[in-house]
Design a protein around this ligand. Structure first.
Ligand code: 3HC
Length: 310
């Protein structure tokens, strides 16, 4: 309990680590992950530019950031209404938005990419910005399962490239996986670790392996739970209850699959299946493919294996 409290306090830390040399961050991709990353940087005192090609997405992102900050302020400042308000307005004012990717990276210390999990899209993005961003700018990808080495291969700054893998919901989950490729320099790695701490996360280091630490363990678990349900060994509810009460998970695996989003999980599994076709843990799930086909991506669309009130 004491450990949980300490970690949580760090996760909502509002102070910037003295060691952190990164003062301005550009986040590319205004979805759930990109907004969350922008939020934790802004609430830690850093200036952030959040970039997306779509203005509506950016408007939604800013709304989502404000709502999330309200939840955090409520906890941090309890009855101190003025301080809570200041915390929210200060953080929101540090986030600017842009639809012009090349302009947004012209003067920034760190770029964190959180766009669609497609290698071609990531390659296009990083090759576009490599010649425009300052030499000293560190590039990072929040990829959940693609090879960071392969993503960085289109740039001339492989030594200034790292994986920074956050977890959903970013403002709450305390972990940050820092993925070090064989090309990542000590200086880049150290700066990435310090930056992670400065935004209130607990960074761990991992090599550039499929799924890194968490997804390599978690995604097969989610898929195994769905296979168990499909075999009729137990109902979805009972599998979820079992893992919550029997293993202390905050969410059961099927609930969590809905929460993560079946588009995300399926793209991870299909990517691994292509690379490692004989591993039965990476066999794509028919029911998940069907849900994705029907647009039932989980909690975010109102239906996945369960139904939700939007
Ligand atoms: N912003 C700010 N605060 C938030 C929040 C958000 N977006 N979401 C939840 N919270 C806060 C709530 O305000 C609440 O605070 P309180 O305890 O002080 O009231 C606290 O978090 C708990 O939230 P809820 O009461 O709404 O609900 P739960 O107790 O069920 O917690 C949960 C929600 C934090 C999501 C919890 O169920 C959980 O930890 N689930 C597991 C999540 C997980 O495993 N994530 C990793 C997924 S894998 C991944 O992201 C990798 C990717 O590559 C696929």
């Amino acid at each position: 309990m004491a450990l949980r409290f300490t970690l949580f306090s760090r996760a909502v830390s509002t102070s910037v680590s003295n060691m952190n040399s990164i003062k301005h961050v550009t986040i590319i991709g205004g979805g759930l992950m990109g907004s969350g990353i922008a939020q934790v940087a802004a609430q830690s005192g850093q200036n952030v530019t959040l970039v997306d090609v779509n203005d509506d997405v950016l408007r939604n992102s800013k709304n989502g950031i404000e709502k999330s900050l309200q939840r955090i302020a409520k906890k941090l400042y309890k009855d101190k209404e003025l301080e809570a308000k200041k915390f929210i307005t200060d953080a929101v004012s540090r986030v600017s938005t842009s639809t012009k990717i090349k302009d947004a990276v012209k003067s920034t210390d760190l770029v964190v990419e959180a766009i669609v999990e497609k290698m071609e899209a990531k390659h296009k993005l990083f090759s576009d910005i490599d010649s425009v961003a300052p030499e000293s700018t560190i590039f990072a990808s929040n990829t959940s399962s693609l090879s960071v080495t392969e993503i960085s291969s289109v740039t001339k700054r492989k030594d200034r490239f790292v994986g920074l893998h956050f977890f959903n919901p970013v403002p709450v989950m305390k972990l940050l996986e820092v993925i070090r490729t064989v090309d990542t320099s000590d200086d880049t790695y150290n700066k990435a670790m310090e930056w992670g701490k400065s935004v209130g996360k607990v960074p761990i280091t991992c090599k550039d392996t499929p799924g890194f630490v968490v997804n390599r363990l978690l995604v097969p678990l989610l898929c195994e739970a769905v296979r168990m349900m499909e075999r009729g060994d137990a109902s979805a509810r009972d599998i979820d209850t079992a893992m919550k009460l029997g293993a202390g998970y905050p969410m059961g695996p099927i609930e969590l699959a809905d929460f993560v989003g079946h588009d995300t999980t399926l793209s991870i599994v299909e990517g691994w299946h292509k690379k490692f076709p004989s591993n039965p843990l990476f066999e794509p799930l028919k029911s998940m493919q069907e849900l994705v086909k029907q647009g039932k991506l989980g909690a975010k669309t109102g239906e996945g294996y369960y139904k939700y009130n939007k």
